[in-house]
Write a protein that binds this ligand. Structure first.
Ligand code: ADP
Length: 521
């Protein structure tokens, strides 16, 4: 082939290649340091690849101002190559263009060099994306590993907890099939994990009711909890051990509900043999004490009254006074015994709440009547100031005892000649009864302890040394039994108001509602 046709072929090849091609001349300073270069000739693709326009005859520092500072390596490499160095290939990022290039450069003649370049920005972005994706994947992987570790940790912790608790614990699925039992449960039931897990409740151990009759599976508390979706608490069942012995248990069965669906239940149970024994001792003591302690005291009271009446001969003034003192001491003893027995009875949880409709005005009449002798002694007037006729659904006896306590305290801690006001108000969901006096009040610092057993405020002890400090404690216990709340407002030397707030389903409890019947639960 002739050299001219050869040139044509090369030219056409260079013009049509997709890589950018440029012939350049390097410019050096006096110390032969490369300071700039000029584009002498470029192929068709060069502008597209380099993103530079009309470059022929122009210096790079004019085309891209600041390139010397941003890409000094270009000048070093091109300088080296144009001074006879070897061909070099490298990648570079031109910041002002925001593009990546892969460049090959070589020199044909001193101070001249040829550049063949490809724009690799897309490829670089893809690489970066890949790198980012890889890093993200790696992070996710690490997170998963950590989560796995945390789950394993948590599992170990739960297992440890489960095994360390002293209460028996059995978990079932939604059908009542046992899926888990802890060690305390195994010991209490005298059965091993293997004998229980995977079985339905009936196949695992029998449950007896209070009378000792075995419950059919359908009536077992776990099944009840699964069906109703509510927590069941009871102390009236017996679990039967493998050896046939029965243990009284306190159970709490909680359904496990996920997204409104019951997926199982957890039965936590405790052997209450000791508590039951204590309970029996307490009941025995109560019946014995109430008889044995009260009888002699009532007898003494009767004897003193007989002597005071002069039934066994005339008594002089001094004897009368002594008898009166003995009578007072005996009364105090009777009250103390009565209060203490009351506390014991209430603590023993054997008290049954009997709800019925109570007409508050009638109740107030009775209370005022029975407090009348004590009130008269102090010249105190008791007044019912209720505006509306209020009725309330509750245990009448218990409510009456609470109010008796409020009234007798109001009398005890009021100066002679004062007034005590009894009121009742209906709130949206409760009825609030109150007893207000203008008595000695309760010192602020002592107010928080006033419902404690035997607690008496200092000013009350000075005024009435005979109190027991049990009345309000009993009132609080009774209020708890009927689901009510007792509270008070008091200012020393100004007076006190004691409240009992009894929750009511709706506010339609006025006396005018004539559909009311006596209800006993
Ligand atoms: P007691 O009246 O026998 O001391 P309570 O339990 O009924 O026992 O009352 C406990 C204490 O509460 C009283 O000792 C007294 O300090 C204080 N307290 C109760 N009611 C009143 C009241 N209306 N005014 C002033 N103090 C009261």
């Amino acid at each position: 082939m002739k050299s001219s046709s050869c040139q044509i072929i090369y030219k056409s090849f260079f013009d049509n290649m997709t890589d950018g091609l440029a012939c350049c001349r390097m410019i050096f300073d006096a110390q032969e340091q490369p300071i700039d270069f000029i584009y002498l000739k470029v192929n068709k693709s060069f502008e597209k690849v380099s993103k530079l326009k009309r470059v022929t005859g122009k210096r790079i520092t004019k085309l891209i101002p600041g390139i010397k500072e941003s890409n000094p390596e270009l000048f070093e490499i091109y300088g080296r190559v144009s001074l006879g160095g070897k061909q070099e290939t490298f990648e570079t990022y031109i910041k002002s263009l925001g593009e990546w290039f892969s460049i090959s450069t070589y020199s044909t003649q001193k101070k001249f060099f040829v550049v063949i370049m490809q724009n690799i920005t897309k490829q670089k972005k893809t690489e970066k994306n890949l790198e980012d994706t890889n890093r993200a994947l790696l992070n996710v992987f690490q997170d998963i590993q950590e989560d796995k570790k945390a789950i394993a940790h948590a599992e170990a912790r739960y297992k440890f907890l489960l095994e360390s608790i002293g209460d028996g614990m059995v978990a079932t699925d939604q059908n009542g099939k046992i899926i888990l039992i802890n060690r305390a449960g195994e010991q209490m039931l005298g059965r091993t994990n293997r004998q229980v897990v995977g079985k339905m409740l009936d196949g695992a151990w029998p449950v007896l009711d209070e009378k000792g009759d075995q419950l059919p599976e359908i009536k077992r508390p776990v099944i009840n909890a699964l069906r109703s979706g509510t927590t069941i608490k009871s102390s009236s069942y017996f679990y039967v051990r493998k050896d046939g012995t029965k243990i009284p248990v306190a159970i709490t069965i909680t359904p496990v509900i996920v997204k409104n669906k019951t997926i199982g239940a957890i039965d936590i149970f405790r052997d209450i043999t000791k508590e039951k024994e204590m309970e029996k001792l307490r009941t025995d003591f109560l019946s014995l004490a109430s008889h044995q302690l009260r009888t002699p005291l009532s007898g003494t009271k009767w004897l003193i009254e007989t002597m005071q009446r002069g039934a066994i001969g005339k008594i002089n003034q001094q004897q009368k006074e002594y008898l009166w003192q003995i009578y007072g001491l005996n009364e105090r003893m009777i009250k103390l015994v009565f209060d203490m027995l009351n506390v014991l009875r209430l603590e023993s949880e054997v008290v049954i709440v009997e709800k019925k409709t109570v007409f508050v005005s009638n109740l107030y009449d009775e209370i005022i009547k029975s407090a009348d002798p004590a009130a008269k002694e102090q010249k105190i007037t008791l007044q019912n100031i209720m505006k509306n006729k209020v009725i309330v659904e509750t245990d009448a006896q218990m409510l009456s005892t609470i109010l008796d306590c409020f009234v007798s305290n109001a009398i005890n801690y009021s100066p002679v000649g004062e007034k005590i006001l009894l009121d009742a108000k209906e709130e949206p969901n409760a009825v609030v009864l109150s007893v207000e006096d203008k008595g000695i009040g309760i010192p602020k610092v002592e107010q928080s302890r006033i419902f404690e057993k035997f607690y008496r405020a200092s000013n009350a002890k000075d005024l009435k040394p005979t109190g027991t400090g049990l009345g309000l404690h009993i009132a609080k216990m009774l209020a708890d039994k009927i689901g009510a709340k007792v509270s008070f407002e008091s200012k020393e030397n100004k007076g006190s108001t004691f409240f009992v707030s009894i929750p009511q389903k709706s506010n339609g409890s006025m006396e005018k509602n004539n559909k009311i019947k006596n209800i006993t639960n």
